[in-house]
Design a protein around this ligand. Structure first.
Ligand SMILES: [Zn+2]
Length: 154
């Protein structure tokens, strides 16, 4: 994938730039025998920390499982497809989904799930649960550039 434009945002001065724009700054050495380390810093203010603004998408499966990646995966052989639920910069997308989604327990520990979808019976009920959750997620209009998909309840 060819990345175009700015994909990094400085945490301090909010300057948008690309990773190639970042400048190498040597770290001060504690003693003369130390290895010379250097940090890639913001070209404007010299801050080391930045947000990764690479555009990513989030999708869910009929099971309610949420996944995040560069692009929507192809449909499974069985015909069940991934449904796009949100898009936004990498640094913000996961954090927001983590705050809004249900955290799996037991066998699905560590996974993010769309509330109401795993226990819904049938496509229609699952679609309704997803639409309801997406409507709830998108109420504060935009959060750090993350936008949620709009779906109509059946
Ligand atoms: Zn900066």
């Amino acid at each position: 994938m060819i990345s175009t434009g700015a994909s990094v945002k400085c945490t301090r001065c909010r300057h948008m730039h690309t990773e190639a724009d970042r400048i190498s700054r040597p770290r001060p050495r504690r003693s003369t025998g130390d290895i010379q380390w250097s940090d890639l810093v913001c070209p404007r203010c010299g801050c080391k920390n930045y947000y990764d603004c690479t555009p990513q998408v989030a999708w869910c499966w009929a099971s309610g499982l949420i996944e995040i990646g560069d692009s929507l995966p192809p449909n499974e052989p069985g015909g069940s497809g991934a449904i796009e639920i949100a898009a936004g910069p990498k640094y913000a997308l996961k954090g927001q989904l983590s705050a809004l989604a249900r955290h799996g327990k037991g066998a699905s520990a560590g996974m993010l799930l769309v509330p109401g979808v795993p226990e819904a019976e049938g496509q229609r009920a699952k679609g309704d649960a997803l639409a309801l959750w997406l409507a709830w997620c998108s109420r504060p209009k935009s959060r750090d550039g993350v936008s949620f998909a709009k779906r109509k309840a059946a």
